[in-house]
Write a protein of this length. Structure first.
Length: 205
């Protein structure tokens, strides 16, 4: 019985292609490892959210810790830890995982609009008007710190009479749905987006 020779030009060409792919794959892995070399796996301050290549779960946990420093849970039916998740998901959604200019430069990851003589920055945004997405510009509030922003989120928004049903929510899902129904956001998919962020985080645990 004769065995087929493996050193034919066709076979040699195929092996060269395979070896080339393997080398390219190793190069990609090496470059990726170098890119993440300086990334901080565990964050502790608001400033650290603004630098480096960071895993989304680390960003979520850092934002959660920042939110946890503010306590208005006595006004809500939800337990404090669940309430913290609601605001964390809002920050993640509104700021694009804390990468928006508004979050980084103005300490406003929740996208609060400025009122009266409040310090502001004018930026492009979009709203849903009569069922259609409309591009526009708006004056957004500038805060001195992320803590000031979170404090204001409760005192100037969630504690208002119009959000009474939101405060009486018995689950995080009900909270998100009632938040949109109460007029917090014009996007009808706002609750779904928040729920997806929350479920994505839960899936990591």
């Amino acid at each position: 019985m004769e065995f087929q020779k493996l050193n034919t030009p066709e076979m040699t060409f195929k092996y060269r292609i395979q070896i080339t792919y393997i080398i390219l794959g190793l190069v990609v892995v090496f470059l990726a490892s170098q890119s993440f070399k300086d990334a901080k796996p565990i964050l502790s301050t608001a400033d650290s959210l603004q630098t480096g290549l960071i895993h989304k779960n680390d960003i979520y946990n850092t934002v959660y810790r920042l939110v946890s420093k503010v306590d208005y849970s006595k006004h809500f039916k939800l337990e404090k830890n669940v309430l913290n998740h609601t605001v964390t998901c809002q920050i993640i959604l509104e700021s694009g995982w804390y990468r928006s200019k508004l979050a980084i430069n103005s300490n406003n990851p929740l996208g609060h609009k400025a009122k009266g003589n409040e310090p502001f920055v004018q930026l492009g945004t979009w709203e849903i008007v009569k069922g259609k997405k409309v591009n526009t510009t708006a004056k957004f509030r500038k805060y001195k710190s992320i803590n000031e922003c979170i404090e204001n989120h409760f005192t100037s928004f969630l504690l208002k009479p119009r959000y009474k049903k939101v405060r009486s929510s018995k689950s995080i899902y009900e909270f998100f749905i009632r938040l949109q129904q109460s007029g917090y956001a014009t996007d009808k998919n706002y609750p779904i987006k928040l729920i997806n962020i929350y479920l994505g985080h839960e899936a990591e645990h």
